[in-house]
Design a protein around this ligand. Structure first.
Ligand code: ADP
Ligand code: MG
Length: 278
């Protein structure tokens, strides 16, 4: 049976799957990510020189977006991540994608990653849909032939009106944009698919199609990480779930139980008293 272990090492540091790392898609060890923001409002050269001459430091505010997180994600897991705004979900996803380096700790990824972190991030708006798909494909290591074969598939999947595939992406409606982005991410047949709030794209028919495509990926034992506010989606699609709160994993386990706890928190505002149930 696939199990998922998660903790914040500051609390417990336990890990269940230490003896089977080859089965892991992602291993996150003691991961912390801190943003540093310059809080000086007037960023002029004169101010900088004045401060330097007085020996003053630049004032920085730090945000600990992810705090000492440990998480093993076995291949074939469909992991749902729930949590309030600012919990650190997107930061974690960007970090798994390799876009954001850890401030502390380590992330090991075993497999080809395809991401849809925010809709269409990575698309060049001045280029056509086709050219963006080619660039995305090349970046994912596909050959020109493989990409050409996929381009039509992507255009079909995304329900692009005739001709739009050769129009600049900036001329797309937000719905078209979102559908193409999703179609590209799933068409690259990734080992690991990261979807951050991506399932909100499209109408009911497109959602249904996205769902089916994701179920196919699940059947092929791909690994999928989904950040979603749609708790029903997490329940229907995911094999495991974690609840993130202020950079920490508050609970991890069976999606039904985790979404239930999170929903309870949303209703009454109390946090669970322990994290021992995963
Ligand atoms: N680029 C950034 N620079 C500075 N702070 C950031 C940046 N991105 C996110 N944060 C902060 O990090 C915390 C976690 O944000 P985020 O990962 O976007 O959470 P979520 O996706 O769960 O809403 C928040 O406090 C947010 O304000
Ligand atoms: Mg987010």
């Amino acid at each position: 049976m696939i199990s998922l272990s998660a903790s914040n090492s500051a609390r417990s540091g336990k890990r269940l799957l230490i003896d089977m790392p080859e089965d892991l898609a992602v291993r996150i060890e003691d991961l912390s990510i801190t943003y540093k923001i310059n809080v000086d409002t007037k960023k002029t050269l004169k101010n900088a020189v004045m401060r330097a001459s007085k020996g003053e430091k630049v004032r920085m505010r730090t945000v600990e977006a992810v705090k000492h997180m440990n998480l093993d994600i076995p291949h074939g897991t469909v992991l749902g991540i729930v949590g309030a705004n600012g919990a650190g979900k997107s930061t974690l996803m960007r970090s798994i994608a390799g876009i954001l380096p850890p401030t502390e700790g380590r992330i090991t990824v075993n497999g080809k990653i395809s991401t849809l972190l925010a809709l269409g991030v990575g698309f060049n708006p001045a280029l056509s849909g086709r050219d963006n798909i080619i660039l995305g494909g090349l970046a994912s290591g596909l050959t020109k032939d493989q990409i050409e074969a996929k381009t039509e598939e992507i255009a079909r999947f995304a329900d692009l009106p005739d001709g739009f595939i050769d129009m600049p992406v900036r001329t797309y409606s937000s719905g078209m944009y979102g559908r193409v982005a999703f179609a590209v991410a799933v068409a690259m047949t990734p080992d690991i698919l990261l979807l951050d709030e991506a399932l909100s794209a499209g109408d009911a028919a497109f959602k249904e199609k996205s769902f089916l495509r994701m179920r196919e990926l699940v059947k092929e034992a791909r690994t999928i990480v989904i950040v979603s506010h749609a708790l029903q989606t997490v329940k229907d699609l995911c094999t495991h779930a974690i609840w993130m709160h202020k950079g920490e994993i508050l609970a991890a386990g069976e999606p039904g139980a985790i979404t239930e706890k999170y929903l309870e928190f949303l209703k009454v505002g109390t946090l669970p008293s322990n994290d021992e149930d995963f």
